[in-house]
Design a protein around this ligand. Structure first.
Ligand code: C2E
Ligand code: CA
Ligand code: CA
Ligand code: CA
Length: 279
């Protein structure tokens, strides 16, 4: 009986996963039609600890499916990655980010760079450089308008190919950040050679920073390491004033988290930035 129950639950989840894959495929098929597009980018501010100003925004993908409702990217991004759908979806994210930056500029918002998340498959795909160059040119943006985030584990896969692509992107003038830093197994010798500008301290270390002495030491060590390598540090998942003060005291350069703002839809982030910049 137990066995049967287990088997049927497994079938159900495999079935649901297949349904979700199909729904995702359909959503991507109509991605270019603004009226029916099921995807949107939300934006979360990154705040400078030096002056409290917004220096950047992270673009985070949202999917509202007619069948499944709002689906977390933690659920659909892995499906997109396993099925290759991340390719067209990721292309759209880059293109849409540039379109919206252009829109921000027209509303008088300047000097805020947008960080775009890039999956391992996108990084290895030969069209990434052309695509980024094309999107920047189309929306009359200079390379400093965007930053690309790749996770530590992506950076560690296939180091030679990765280094080559990152060098080309950095050569174009695009800033690169290593996401979820501290959760992977970077070799420091390798990290030193990557043309990166900043490290994003993983949220799991920030979470218990006030109560867990180990986490506090890890944060302090990562910040010091990054600075010694000439990198800037961004802490993610900052939810409390205590965490913010602690990280500022350790010299962390930028903070991102619910304490400042959740990721917001485009219209709301515009209002947030206009209030900040007084435009
Ligand atoms: P990530 O890149 O590490 O993004 C940070 C995640 O932490 C976001 O979750 C954000 O909403 C959440 N977050 C921010 N501040 C706080 C906080 O103070 N507390 C807590 N508890 N959470 C916070 P989200 O938007 O659900 O995205 C999850 C992951 O999905 C991202 O993690 C990223 O790996 C992936 N993802 C999202 N958008 C894209 C995309 O356009 N392309 C790719 N390849 N992956 C994406
Ligand atoms: Ca990220
Ligand atoms: Ca992260
Ligand atoms: Ca802990």
């Amino acid at each position: 009986n137990n066995h049967q129950f287990y088997a049927s639950r497994m079938n159900e989840s495999a079935g649901e996963r297949l349904q979700m894959e199909n729904a995702l495929r359909q959503a991507i098929a109509s991605i270019g039609l603004p009226e029916t597009c099921q995807f949107a980018l939300h934006f979360q501010p990154q705040i400078s600890t030096k002056n409290g100003r917004v220096v950047g925004l992270e673009a985070l993908l949202r999917w509202t499916s007619p069948v499944f409702g709002a689906v977390s990217p933690l659920r659909f991004i892995p499906i997109a990655e396993e099925t290759g759908l991340i390719q067209p979806l990721g292309d759209w994210v880059i293109w849409e980010s540039c379109r919206l930056i252009h829109d921000m500029r027209q509303r008088g918002i300047a000097g805020v760079r947008v960080a775009i998340n890039i999956s391992a498959q996108q990084l290895r795909h030969e069209n990434l450089l052309l695509l980024v160059r094309g999107a920047l040119a189309c929306y009359e943006l200079t390379p400093d308008a965007i930053e690309l985030e790749i996770t530590e584990s992506t950076a560690m896969q296939n180091p030679e190919v990765t280094l080559d692509i990152l060098d080309q992107l950095a050569g174009m003038g695009i800033e690169l950040a290593i996401d979820d830093f501290g959760t992977g197994h970077s070799s420091l010798a390798y990290l030193k050679h990557l043309p990166i500008k900043r490290l994003k301290l993983d949220r799991s270390f920030v979470l218990d920073i006030e109560t867990d002495a180990n986490d506090a030491s890890i944060c302090a060590a990562i910040i010091a390491l990054g600075h010694n390598l000439g990198l800037e540090l961004v802490a993610e998942g900052v939810e409390t004033a205590m965490q913010s003060e602690f990280l500022s005291r350790l010299g962390c350069d930028y903070l991102q988290g619910y304490l400042y703002s959740k990721p917001l839809p485009f219209a709301e982030i515009i209002a947030y930035l206009q209030a900040q910049q007084g435009v």
